[in-house]
Design a protein around this ligand. Sequence first.
Ligand SMILES: Nc1nc2c(ncn2[C@@H]2O[C@H](COP(=O)(O)OP(=O)(O)OP(=O)(O)O)[C@@H](O)[C@H]2O)c(=O)[nH]1
Ligand SMILES: [Mg+2]
Length: 472
Amino acid sequence: MYLMTTNSSSDYDISTIAAIATAVGSCGIGVIRISGPEAFAIADKVFKSASVVPSQKPSHTVHYGTLVDTKSGEPVDKVLLTIFRAPSSYTGEDVVEISCHGGIVTLRKALQAVFAAGAKPAEPGEFTKRAFLNGRLDLAQAEAVNDLIKAQTDDAQRLALRQLGGSLSTEVSKLTDVLLSILSRIEAAVDFPEDVEEPDYHELADEISNIAGVIDRLISTSDRGRIYREGISLAIVGRPNVGKSSLLNALLRQTRAIVTAVPGTTRDVIEETINIRGIPVVAADTAGLREASDEVERIGVELTERTMAAAGMVLVVLDASTGITDDDRDILHRIGTTSIIVLNKVDVVSEDSLQEILSDIRTEAIGRIVVPVSAATGEGIEDLEDQIADMVLGGHAGVPEGVFVTNLRHKQALIDARESLSRALETIEQEMPVDFLSVDLIAARMSLGEITGETATEDLIDRIFSDFCIGK
Ligand SMILES: Nc1nc2c(ncn2[C@@H]2O[C@H](COP(=O)(O)OP(=O)(O)OP(=O)(O)O)[C@@H](O)[C@H]2O)c(=O)[nH]1
Ligand SMILES: [Mg+2]
């Protein structure tokens, strides 16, 4: 046997866990989820109805009754209780979901009643972790559950749903199957040299190159995929009064930041998430960059500097009504390559002076993208959004069909697998003994297995699920 993999159905704490599975706040309903061997016994204790004993009911049935606190005997809420019998449940264990009215106090009391009846508080992501350990979904799919919950744009949501549906896992499994088939042929030749012929090196090289090609294609989607999943940070900077706050409002299509004719209006960094062509963008409006006139402004300017340094992309705003000044030049000379110059207030200048300012900017900042806009009228804002999306995605906006790698962890595993395959191809080229080859192929298979979780360590698995929210 070549492979040492972690056992995906390895032992875990089989206590019965419970948590609120819905957002806490005033809403129509709120759901308490209970999972584990005692789920039905706990339901029997807390659920009262004239005719229904939950543990006697079949899977996938819903029952109306009263949730009571067993300690005080007091009713907590009128509820609907749903039964899911193992293994046909989210976690693969016995699961009970109790739909209460969605009030903060009601849900807290309901959860307390369930704890009092014997359930333990669930850890973050513990339901999904159990689903993974019980083989209900693989690791990439479990991660997709988290991505789906956190998705900020349609495209991010679509990619997460594809991954949850197994798009990446299927692709990785296909590659793993080919690797395992090559490995078993090598193993047979090594174990039974008299009976089994050594595999043909040319054929093996073709097969391995094919796998490498698919992996290369997957890796090539990862930068874009990650941007849809993680988004980017965008700092809006410039000297005072050029219209930075107006630009944030224009991108948001609502008034969020204070706009006045007084230079130095914005003191703090104001962050908002905007959907730009499907990319979640956290845009930060900042205090105007200048010699600060007081303590508050000085701190604001320092914050701007830090925001600018940390941002994935910078929008430098210039004011067409004043033309470019020495302060503007200072800023233009300091920005990095992932920046766009936004020439604002084009609504108040003539075409001639606009062209003059544009040519000034081009000499000051050679090769930079300049987008003329009016934050006041909205002119040029869509063009600016196109330019932002183009720069972030390297000119490949949009999410085509097919498998996308959205997660840095998956990308790294693919790179590791690819490197092992390169070594395997070298081994073949140098006509080294066949068992050298199997070492590289096993390494590639181990790396691929980390994506689906077959070869993931317990540490890695714990780390992934600790990023989930409680109740998922
Ligand atoms: N005509 C015109 N005026 C604009 C435009 N954008 C902003 N302004 C005006 O310019 C002034 C400054 O706008 P703000 O958005 O507050 O500028 P800011 O860069 O955030 O300024 P500070 O926060 O002080 O650094 C306000 O009077 C705005 O109404 C525009 O596109 N056209
Ligand atoms: Mg401002």
